[in-house]
Write a protein that binds this ligand. Structure first.
Ligand code: UD2
Length: 323
């Protein structure tokens, strides 16, 4: 006999981009909270090694699949019957999106369309989407609250905004409760430092560990609101699995900004002999300052960060020691 879904009981969660940096921490967190999890990933940038902890558990399963392959995705979703979907699969690099707009659109917009349709057809109640602070563009109204007008200045931000609207359309048409979480700059263990397009903290940490000079694009005074990946995973899981929460759009941020030069100073306290940075021209599509207001996520999702910057950096550095 087929399992009957019980509204409001979120026990089965499907995660796209499961083998990625944020996806794998999200799977770990879901499993810690007793959920049955299906991870999908096309393994183009994600790694099975990130799922080493999850894979050993009976309540976890994994399928290699591309979110843009809608028939395959629909089959997987309908077969698994998720109560909630967490959509993290994405092209995550601002400069890669800038240089490959069609690929950015294919993955970040069309891929989201496939996932929304599959979530709808499989009868999922809720979907949580990894949106981005990039939708705000270069606003001076810092810290940014969710009511701030959106004005993306790069292809990546435009695609994330399009995907938000697409999902909110599914909520309107089909009642799929939708939470768009606008991630600020996420860092922590498992963020691949080997790509020049990875997050700046991971790249700088790896360069410092191996004694190489870092490259600073621009003058180094640009600032970011950095948030630790396990804090993000906690917020994502709560948004997906707490059926008393209504959907909406929320910033996930720390509410504190650091410039790249301040980040380097923090690393210099740990790696005393690192060579000075090499300065290069600023990246096309780069935002100057990014700082979020975490008040709405706190008030409506009950979320606040629990990892200080020093603790987060410490955990990241411990994870890359001896690699
Ligand atoms: C990050 C996210 C993006 C999106 C956005 C939200 C990553 C990889 N990107 O984009 O997905 O959520 O935040 O606004 O997590 N930089 C250097 N040297 C380096 C690498 C970077 O100077 O070796 C600079 C870069 O030019 C930028 C800043 O560091 O000014 C941050 O770059 P990033 O790629 O870590 O993140 P961002 O803000 O472009």
């Amino acid at each position: 006999m087929e399992d009957q879904k019980q509204p409001g009981n979120i026990s089965r969660v499907l995660v796209t981009g499961a083998a990625g940096f944020i996806g794998s921490h999200t799977c770990d967190r879901l499993l810690e909270t007793g959920k049955t999890v299906m991870g999908i990933d096309d393994l183009s940038t994600g790694k099975l090694a990130n799922l080493a902890g999850a894979s050993g558990q009976d309540t976890f399963s994994f399928q290699q699949a591309d979110v843009c392959d809608e028939p395959a995705i629909v089959d997987i979703f309908v077969d698994f019957q998720p109560d909630a979907v967490i959509h993290l699969a994405a092209l995550v690099s601002v400069p890669i999106a800038e240089n490959n707009p069609a690929e950015n659109f294919r993955i970040n917009v069309s891929g989201t369309q496939s996932v929304a349709q599959a979530a709808h057809l499989s009868g999922a109640e809720r979907i949580v989407f990894a949106s981005s602070a990039a939708v705000y563009g270069n606003s001076d109204a810092l810290p940014l609250c969710e009511e701030e007008p959106v004005n993306p200045v790069n292809q990546y931000g435009m695609a994330k905004l399009e995907a938000e609207n697409l999902l909110l359309g599914y909520e309107e048409s089909h009642g799929l409760v939708t939470t768009c979480l606008r991630f600020f700059n996420v860092y922590g263990p498992r963020q691949d430092p080997s790509s020049p397009y990875s997050g700046v903290i991971s790249i700088f940490a790896e360069h410092c560990r191996t004694g190489q000079a870092v490259t600073v694009y621009g003058d180094g005074h640009q600032s970011r609101d950095f948030i630790f990946v396990k804090d993000i995973a906690r917020a994502v899981v709560a948004s997906a699995t707490n059926s008393t929460l209504s959907g909406g759009i929320y910033n996930l941020c720390s509410g504190k900004a650091k410039t790249l030069l301040q980040l380097l100073d923090a690393l210099k306290e740990i790696y005393l002999d690192i060579p000075g940075p090499v300065f290069k021209e600023g990246r096309k599509g780069d935002i100057r300052h990014s700082l979020g207001d975490p008040a709405a996520a706190h008030a409506k999702l009950g979320f606040s960060t629990s990892t200080s910057f020093a603790e987060g950096i410490g955990e990241l550095l411990a994870s890359i020691q001896g690699q």
